[in-house]
Design a protein around this ligand. Structure first.
Ligand SMILES: Cc1cc2nc3c(=O)[nH]c(=O)nc-3n(C[C@H](O)[C@H](O)[C@H](O)COP(=O)(O)O)c2cc1C
Ligand code: SF4
Ligand code: SF4
Length: 386
């Protein structure tokens, strides 16, 4: 593969961002033509809840294969023993991940933390985000600290960064919105495929793509929200799932959960706090039985913050202002309300009136609320590569 040398990169266009990066990573991002753009192998690591990040990795693999570059696609859920052996100069590593709560999912963060030293291998990161389409306009998602976290880990492990690229794939977060129409999904996927193939060619031929750093100020401003999601939000979402009476206990969701977070007790499926809200189970259940209990979550939230926390505060004589004891007491009440409410709801599901209340107050239960399954649209698209 012949390198084309450096093209005009974002660094030339934005000196201020470059200076910021210098502070963040301790050295200038290297221009990657120091190796004449020649890589001897490509390893693409991906985690994907519903298929977006996997599709992105496959598109890049298609480009690499067209250039004759030996490529391995590696699923973080089942890494072969030799997946991380022999990293070093000439090796190009790609990391593909969804964005969860303005950050990378814990599963991806822990993979990055366990990466061995890169020994000068080059690396790029693609974070897929919640893209939407309004009329003719494609709207972007928000990365928050997702790319920065990856960059910090990779840099600390001795990798040479050559790309940080967000990709606005169709949003899979159907707990929060009613899902995108099939035509919109296909349109967003087609756009993303073209964008990523262009970016991949540039990186594979020895260039760089740091598009992800253009939104650095917004992304840094979202860091506190990312922290809040990591510390509390994801647990809240984990306890939002339940399977209703349509479940026939086929076990598919349990078998395919990347974190083994679904168990069965007393004839009821339960989601544990380890669930990463990747949306795979909810979107893939063949009986459409998995729901988000919006109404009941709102009830627990009101009981905790509207009743229990003020009552506890006055009982303990805690002032309204900030205090560590007050914060810890509040966190404990929240946790109890969340866990207790979830268990109570599963127990009360023996009564038809409770099941009806739980279903009817869940937005995902209503028929107009779509699921996200990009498989059909992806199958209809061009095969990776050409
Ligand atoms: C729990 C959760 C949190 C999310 N948070 C964000 C976010 O902070 N920013 C964003 O742009 N997209 C967010 N998304 C959307 C996904 O990152 C996006 O749809 C991604 O492409 C899904 O990739 P996958 O199919 O490979 O899992 C979130 C989705 C879920 C399920
Ligand atoms: S995939 Fe659906 S039907 Fe099968 S066990 Fe899970 S919730 Fe029940
Ligand atoms: S329980 Fe469902 S949403 Fe949670 S990690 Fe497993 S498959 Fe993903």
């Amino acid at each position: 593969m012949k390198g084309l040398g450096m093209r005009t990169t974002w660094q030339e266009a934005d000196g201020r961002a470059s200076a910021l990066l210098f502070c963040l990573f301790g050295s200038k991002l290297q221009e990657s033509n120091d190796m004449d753009g020649i890589y001897r192998e490509l390893r693409l690591f991906y985690f994907s809840g519903t298929g977006n990040s996997k599709a992105a990795a496959q598109w890049v693999a298609g480009e690499a294969e067209a250039l004759g570059l030996p490529t391995r696609l590696l699923d973080l859920e089942r890494l072969p023993a030799d997946a991380l052996e022999g990293l070093g100069p000439g090796c190009l590593v790609g990391i593909f991940s969804p964005t969860h709560g303005f950050n990378l999912p814990p599963l991806v963060l822990s993979f990055l933390a366990q990466l061995p030293r890169g020994g000068g291998a080059a690396a790029f990161v693609v974070n897929t985000r919640a893209g939407m389409k309004m009329g003719r306009w494609f709207t972007p998602g928000l990365s928050g600290v997702a790319l920065l976290m990856a960059a910090i880990f990779l840099k600390a492990k001795g990798f040479r960064l050559v790309g940080l690229r967000p990709l606005d794939m169709p949003s899979n977060w159907v707990s929060f919105h009613p899902g995108l129409r099939a035509a919109v999904v296909a349109s967003i996927l087609g756009r993303c495929q073209a964008i990523l193939q262009r970016s991949a060619r540039r990186v594979l031929e020895g260039g760089t793509d740091f598009k992800g750093l253009r939104s650095l100020p917004i992304d840094l401003a979202l860091a506190p929200v990312a922290l809040l999601y990591f510390a509390a939000g994801r647990f809240y979402l984990a306890k939002s799932f339940y399977a209703n009476a349509d479940c026939d206990h086929c076990g598919l969701c349990q078998r395919h959960c990347p974190t083994s977070s679904i168990s069965e007790r007393g004839g009821q499926l339960r989601w544990s706090f380890t669930c990463e809200s990747c949306m795979r189970c909810l979107n893939a259940c063949p009986r459409r039985a998995i729901q988000t209990q919006h109404g009941l979550l709102a009830l627990w939230t009101w009981l905790a913050s509207g009743l229990a926390i003020p009552a506890l505060g006055s009982w303990l004589g805690l002032s309204a202002g900030f205090s560590l004891a007050g914060l810890l007491a509040q966190a404990l009440v929240w946790w109890l309300a969340l866990w207790g409410g979830y268990e109570l709801s599963a127990w009360a599901a023996r009564w038809a009136f409770w099941r009806a209340l739980r279903d009817r107050s869940s937005l995902t239960w209503w028929r107009f609320w779509r699921r996200y399954d990009p498989r059909r649209a992806l199958a209809r698209m061009r095969r990776p590569g050409r």
